[in-house]
Ligand binder design. Structure first.
Ligand SMILES: C[S@@+](CC[C@H](N)C(=O)[O-])C[C@H]1O[C@@H](n2cnc3c(N)ncnc32)[C@H](O)[C@@H]1O
Length: 220
């Protein structure tokens, strides 16, 4: 991909946060992340330990940095377990870290045990390639509440389409949005619905097909 060609990266990489021991980490993503399995395909790349995850993130974030335009936005999902490492990875990759957006999933989210605080939020680290281009719109919310609905969930780690649409709206109209870990294509769907161009990359053919079906439904 050419240097300085992308307006924004919005992505949700494998968190590799499920399981602490090697035995637990190499379990299927269904076992790690779904209380009530729905038959969605297991996804790839989720068994790295903490150090390897950091180094791997450095590699792909540096490529995102290279392909981003000056001032382009970089938004990356992570959970509470990977939050400290992810903020390091983003900066080592060259992105200027500017904040953390909270995604509040509501009270329906996973609650591990009595006596625990609910794991109710995931986080979206945000930054830019160099100085932030000040736009006419914004400021944008620093917290979004959006519940996960099964009929809008096409991937074990699928994100709500409405949430992704809100994030895409920040990017100037017709800009190119890249998601290097597209999964079921939710970022691409949201980009299309909000008047943007998109590039989605996904290693699993099953999820590429699901993305293509979703995108076809919109264009039709
Ligand atoms: C957390 S999921 C993304 C889910 C997406 N946000 C959605 O709503 O469907 C991450 C995806 O990255 C894919 N993946 C893992 N390693 C990859 C790689 N090296 N290149 C491209 N895709 C990869 C996985 O197969 C998985 O589908």
């Amino acid at each position: 991909m050419p240097n300085n060609s992308i307006d924004a990266v919005i992505t949700d990489p494998p968190y590799c946060s499920g399981g602490r021991s090697i035995g637990a980490k190499i379990q299927s993503t269904t076992n790690k992340y779904e209380n009530y399995p729905q038959g969605r395909p297991d996804f790839l790349g989720d068994a790295k330990d903490g150090r390897s995850w950091l180094m791997w993130c450095n590699l792909w974030i540096a490529e995102c940095f290279r392909t981003l335009k000056e001032g382009g936005y970089f938004l990356m999902f992570c959970d509470w377990r990977q939050l400290p490492t992810a903020t390091d990875a983003l900066q080592i990759g060259g992105i200027s870290w500017r904040g953390v957006i909270v995604w509040n999933k509501g009270l329906g989210s996973r609650a591990p045990h009595k006596g625990y605080f609910r794991h109710q939020c995931e986080f979206i680290l945000w930054g830019t390639k160099g100085p932030c281009n000040i736009q006419n719109n914004g400021p944008f919310p620093g917290c979004y509440e959006e519940h996960v609905r099964q009929k809008d969930k096409h991937h074990i780690a699928g994100k709500p389409t409405a949430l992704m649409e809100e994030l895409c709206k920040v990017i100037p109209y017709d800009g190119i949005i890249l998601d290097p870990f597209a999964g079921s294509g939710t970022t691409c769907v949201a980009a299309l619905k909000t008047g943007h161009q998109y590039i989605g990359i996904e290693k699993m053919p099953e999820y590429c097909e699901i993305s293509n079906q979703r995108l076809r439904q919109i264009t039709e």
